[in-house]
Design a protein around this ligand. Sequence first.
Ligand code: SF4
Length: 329
Amino acid sequence: MGTYPLLRVENVKKYFPVGRALFGKSKQYVKAVDDVNFSLDVGGSLGIVGESGSGKTTLAKVILRLFEPTSGKVYLDNIDLFSLSNKEVRRLRPKMQMIFQDPMASLNPRKKIKHIIGQVFKIHTDISDVEISERVIDLLEKVGLTPPELFLDRYPHELSGGQRQRVCIARAIALNPKLLIADEPVSALDVSVRGQIVKLLLEIYEKYKNEIAYIVISHDIALIKSICKDALVMYLGKVVEKSEIGKIIEEPLHPYSQMLISSIPVPDPEIARNRKRIPISGEIPSLINPPKGCYFHPRCPYVMDRCREKMPPLIEVDNRLVSCYLYSE
Ligand code: SF4
C-alpha cells in the first residue's frame, strides 16, 4: 500500500447561489472557494490567511463536511469524505475537530462544563460515567484549567473568555482527533489572554504532533507565524501564495502577501526601514461580481495590462506557489 498525506484537498469549489441575474435565467454565484488544492501530512501545521471574505472559513467547513462542496474532493486518511453517508460522517467526526472563533457561541449555556466535555464521550464512546469523569478531569488539566474541580460544575457564563476557549480546546482534543482546525482561535479574546491561548495551542501541537495535523485560520499573519510551519494565502476564494510561513514573512512573493506582511509591526527600526512595504489600501471587492482577470488588480501597485484580462495561474517559483504575472513569462 502506498503512503498518502493525512489530508488531501483537491480542486475544491464552493459556490453559493445568490438569486437570478436580471433578464436572464442563470443564477449568480458567490465563489467563496474556487479551486483550492493542498495536502497536509501528520505533524503538518498550515495557516490559512486572508482578510474576511477571502473564503478561509468556508474552506474549513467544506473540509470538515459541514458544507457540501460544489465540486472537488477531500480525503482524510485516504477516505473520500464526500462519498460517505451522514451516518458515516458522524462516526468519523471525532477525528476532525474545529475550534471556533467565539467560544461563548459554541458552548451550550445551559450545561455545566463537566457535561459539555463529557457529552463527547457519551455520544462517541461506551465508557462508563466514572471513566468519563476521569477523562474530563484529565482534559481540564491538559488545557490549564486547574484545579479541575473548580471548573467542573461551572456554566460557560461563569468563565472568562480565555477559560471558555480552553474548554472548547479540551472538547476538541477529547477523542484524539487527527485533524484539528482552529478558526480565528484568539480574535474574540482580550489581548491579555491571546498569548496564553496561542501558547496552549502550541503545547498541544508539540504534544500530539506525531498523531495530528493542524490548520489555523486567521486574518493575522503574525499569529499564523507563531503557530504554523506553512501558510496558504487566500484572496477572494483563491489561493494566491503557498509556502513555508518563514519565507512568506521574509520575502512575500504575491503583492497581496506583501500587503499583509506590511501590516506586521517590526521591532527593529533598521529592518522596518529597509522592508519593502505595500500599505493596505482599498477593500476586498464583492464576491458576487469580482474584477476581471487577477482579482487583486484594483488594489495592486504593480498592475499591468494583462492582469486585467486573465487570472494568473498558480505556478511554482523556488519551491513555492504563487499566482501572479510578475513571476511568469
Ligand atoms: Fe498584481 Fe498583476 Fe500580480 Fe495580480 S497578477 S498581483 S495585478 S502584478
